[in-house]
Design a protein around this ligand. Structure first.
Ligand SMILES: [Fe+2]
Ligand SMILES: [Fe+2]
Length: 461
């Protein structure tokens, strides 16, 4: 192994040990044996690294971590506490230097674990980690805020495509949402900064890389249904909101509220949520109570977010005011709720559940436009399916060439002939069907039944 590879491996180990120590500190008091053991490991990692190298420098950009300019792929997904702490603490470069002592590290790690500040200004001034480090007089550990221009100069990144960056961010958001819902279930405190950060990302990604962001909704895991569903509804709703004229910070507010639309389900028992057969009337009553349960949670924990409160309450109301909870005949449903209602039904139908097979995306379109049309606002449905195309983004199709392919984007030149990536060859080819008139789409197929792995097609150009 070259010296550079050795250094990278050592820096990876150190970062993972720091991440574990922060997680322990978030769960236990500093003098708890679990927290102490995790700290000792982190200190050993720091000692070992700084014994061989003068510094460990980590850069954070768009939710990814780099060391000496090299992307740390696994850590960008796994080290969510560190990334969140840096985002919260207004830094994007973390440095450990020779001379670091056990005492200094012991004083520093609780700063990363403490999200009480939540990025809020104090006395009109943003709290930064570097300010806190200076106040505590910590040496040999630094958190800096580098300008993007400086980052570009100093970080010679291994090329990582925008698509791969979005894929990694999606996966990390799933991990963060899993922690969030676990904490809701167990009554632990919630890291609002992470949820806001996911909402900000969803709002931005669906503005700058819409087709790519929407294609990520094809990533599914039945065991993490609520996480994927919440994130997908946030992505779809941001895109639909923008198409419907919602602008600026309101897109982020919509994404934040969409992420939490089903938070009331997090407290329902798994035997109800994942029941393979029909619900009993008592179980159904509990299930139908999740909008009201969600509003209670949001009121308690997410004060100051009226949009989240309203959407959690209204997202199962149809445009004809059918659905639940029951409301008065003159009820006026919020625009954001009407947006989430469309994307919620679409994503819910296409999800793999224990009690039924997922509908193909194209089947869901037919149902929403047909038998269920009375439930939705026609203008929003029209806009939504214009965004997704005739063969909805994220669908797996069989081409006339015999190849399977993933629909990755809408081609404005012809909504019936999307941009696809082939799945049956490696590394797969990107085809603009408009430019390949001899190739047609034969049928839309079930990705799971066809046994195709979408991760590669979704993460590579
Ligand atoms: Fe719901
Ligand atoms: Fe939902």
């Amino acid at each position: 192994m070259t010296e550079r590879a050795d250094k990278f491996k050592s820096a990876k180990e150190l970062l993972n040990l720091i991440e574990s120590a922060i997680r322990s500190l978030r769960l236990y008091a500093t003098d708890h044996p679990q927290a102490q053991e995790a700290f000792e490991r982190a200190w050993y990692g720091a000692f070992a690294h700084l014994n061989n190298y003068d510094r460990a420098v980590y850069d954070f950009e768009d939710g990814q971590i780099f060391h000496d300019g090299a992307l740390m792929v696994d850590e960008s997904v796994a080290c969510t506490e560190i990334i969140s702490a840096l985002e919260r603490g207004l830094g994007n470069r973390l440095i450990f230097e020779q001379g670091l002592t056990r005492e200094l590290l012991a004083a520093f790690l609780p700063l990363l674990a403490d999200d009480n500040t939540d990025g809020s200004p104090v006395d009109g001034k943003d709290i930064s980690l570097s300010d806190q480090i200076r106040d505590l007089d910590l040496e040999h550990v630094k958190v800096k805020r580098m300008s993007r221009r400086m980052m570009k100069k100093k970080v010679t990144k291994k090329s990582v495509s925008r698509r791969e960056a979005l894929y990694l961010r999606y996966e990390r958001a799933i991990g963060d949402l899993s922690t969030l819902f676990d904490n809701v279930r167990s009554g632990r405190s919630l890291n609002l900064t992470k949820i806001r950060s996911i909402a900000a990302w969803a709002a931005k990604a669906t503005g700058t890389d819409r087709d790519c962001a929407l294609s990520l909704t094809a990533l599914r895991n039945r065991d993490e249904y609520l996480c994927h569903h919440s994130l997908n509804v946030a992505l779809f709703s941001s895109a639909l909101g923008r198409a419907a004229g919602v602008q600026g910070n309101d897109i982020e507010t919509l994404a934040f509220a969409a992420l939490l639309h089903d938070v009331g389900k997090a407290t329902l028992p798994a035997k109800v949520l994942k029941k393979p057969g029909p619900l009993t009337s008592e179980e159904w009553t509990r299930m139908a109570g999740h909008p009201a349960g969600g509003t209670r949670l949001i009121n308690k924990v997410f004060q100051g977010e009226p949009a989240a409160f309203v959407i959690a309450f209204e997202h199962h109301l149809g445009a004809d005011l059918s659905g639940y909870p029951r409301v008065t005949d003159d009820w006026r449903q919020h625009l954001f709720s009407r947006i989430v209602q469309v994307t919620d039904v679409y994503d819910g139908m296409t999800a793999d559940r224990s009690y039924r097979r997922p509908k193909l995306r194209s089947e869901a379109v037919v149902l929403i436009l047909g038998d269920l049309a009375h439930l939705f606002e026609p203008a929003l449905v029209r806009l939504f399916f214009q965004l997704l195309g005739v063969y909805p983004i994220g669908s797996v199709v069989r081409l006339s060439s015999g190849e399977m392919a993933l629909v990755r984007g809408v081609d404005p030149a012809d909504l019936c002939r999307p941009i696809v990536k082939t799945l049956t060859d490696s590394p797969g080819r990107l085809l603009r069907l408009v430019e390949n008139p001899s190739i047609t789409i034969e049928e839309v197929v079930d990705a799971r039944a066809a046994g195709v792995n979408l991760s590669h097609a979704l993460s590579t150009d």
